[in-house]
Design a protein around this ligand. Structure first.
Ligand code: SAH
Ligand code: SF4
Length: 375
């Protein structure tokens, strides 16, 4: 049996220029190595950084077994149930300047909007009427008064039986506490990249440490927490992605989102290439094997760069879809990245469309809130 260290040594050997015959021989060896590592991940939920790098380096056409085992694990844990999370993008104001994001403060080319308290509550109520069991309140890092957010949460909890997820970026720790006491169930705050150098490069004025501390504090408050990354950020390496996977595991998250980087014309990263479907699928399927209980969405960003993107993710470990229920008139103004799908549809259209995608895969939409399996 080939030991993992041997596989890693071979990986280094792979980098040496080989003649074609050796290359083909090595490639066949790789296929056996892939199977061994995937089986190890499937059985132990653990892989070392170098082993993760080895898998991330393989072309997707050699990783059918990885995707298959991720799908199998998803089925064992969640059966064919898919959870829907309705997103309300209630404000595109943002005080941050993340290099990749169209909502960044320095982008003067977007019309900013902010929904009123009652509008947000009403949108949530209609999402509940359409049948959603979770609502996600998302915005730029707006300075929407914390007290008002708390009132919105309380009112949604009073009027509906939905779980409430917040995705509002970093706020002061008192606000996190206030919102938890108001009834919020979950908080999404992606760490974006585990590489501090890259983090500081793309997040001027922000602190990686504070982000991680926020996640830990949120978890202590009893929130179900979600983190995640952007796949394909310029400068991101396989080593960094392997570190991302290990950090996600260490944070003991309940949810994980990974979507491809999509360059936005009004940002400093406009001229860089977007992330790939292949890497996003590899990353998602490894997440499923390393963290079997975690909720993983088939992201809208993946559906944006590939019409079949969400279907592909649902067949490679994902068990969640996050349809947009924001009023159509605001959707095009919430341009985190360009060409986002489902901009002209309304909430009802999206619900139907997603439902049929899920059914076409032989899966069904869950009728429960889809809380963390860890609680
Ligand atoms: N302001 C909040 C929530 C909105 S942004 C926050 O930052 O957490 C939600 C997510 O959009 C971010 O976590 C980031 O991963 C993603 N995002 C932003 N710009 C993107 C881009 N150009 N391509 C792909 N994903 C992007
Ligand atoms: Fe603001 Fe979030 Fe975009 Fe960063 S990713 S600029 S915090 S909306």
């Amino acid at each position: 049996m080939i030991e993992s260290t041997e596989i890693v040594e071979k990986m280094t050997y792979n980098l040496i220029d080989l003649n074609r015959k050796d290359y083909l021989k090595n490639n066949n060896l790789n296929k056996n190595d892939i199977k061994k590592l995937v089986d190890k991940a499937y059985e132990t939920q653990n892989l070392a950084e170098k082993e993760l790098m080895f898998l991330l380096e393989q072309p997707l056409r050699h990783l059918g077994y990885l995707l298959k085992k991720a799908d199998q694990k998803r089925e064992e844990v969640f059966s064919d149930e898919v959870h829907l999370r309705a997103i309300i993008e209630f404000s595109n104001y943002c005080r941050q300047n993340c290099y990749y994001c169209g909502l960044r403060k320095d982008n003067q080319n977007i019309e900013r909007y902010q929904l009123k308290k009652e509008e947000i509550i009403e949108s949530a109520e209609s999402a509940a009427k359409i049948g959603y069991k979770t609502v996600v309140l998302q915005s730029g890092e707006d300075e929407y008064p914390a007290q008002e957010i708390a009132e919105i949460i309380k009112e949604i909890k009073k009027r509906t039986s939905m779980a409430v997820t917040l995705s509002l970026g970093e706020r002061d720790f008192g606000a996190y506490k206030l919102w938890r006491e108001a009834g919020a169930d979950r908080y999404l705050l992606k760490h974006e990249t585990a590489d501090k150098k890259l983090y500081y490069k793309y997040h001027p004025g922000m602190s990686f440490e504070n982000r991680i501390e926020s996640l830990k504090y949120l978890k202590n408050l009893g929130y179900q927490i979600g983190s995640g990354v952007i796949i394909g950020l310029p400068g991101q390496t396989k080593k960094i992605l392997a570190e991302d996977l290990l950090l996600l595991k260490e944070l003991d998250i309940d949810m994980m989102g990974a979507g491809p980087f999509i360059p936005h014309q009004q940002t400093p990263l406009k001229d860089f290439r977007r992330g790939t479907v292949e890497m996003t699928l590899k990353f998602n399927s490894l997440c499923r094997l390393l963290m079997p209980l975690v909720h993983i969405p088939a992201t809208t960003a993946l559906g944006t760069i590939d019409v079949q993107g969400r279907q592909k993710a649902l067949k490679a470990g994902a068990n969640v879809v996050m349809p947009n229920v924001t009023a159509s008139s605001y959707r095009e103004k919430y341009q985190i990245y360009p060409d986002k799908i489902c901009i002209s549809e309304d909430a009802g259209d999206c619900r139907q469309c997603i439902g049929s995608i899920i059914n076409s895969l032989g899966r069904y939409v869950s009728q429960n809130a889809g809380h963390s399996l860890k609680i």
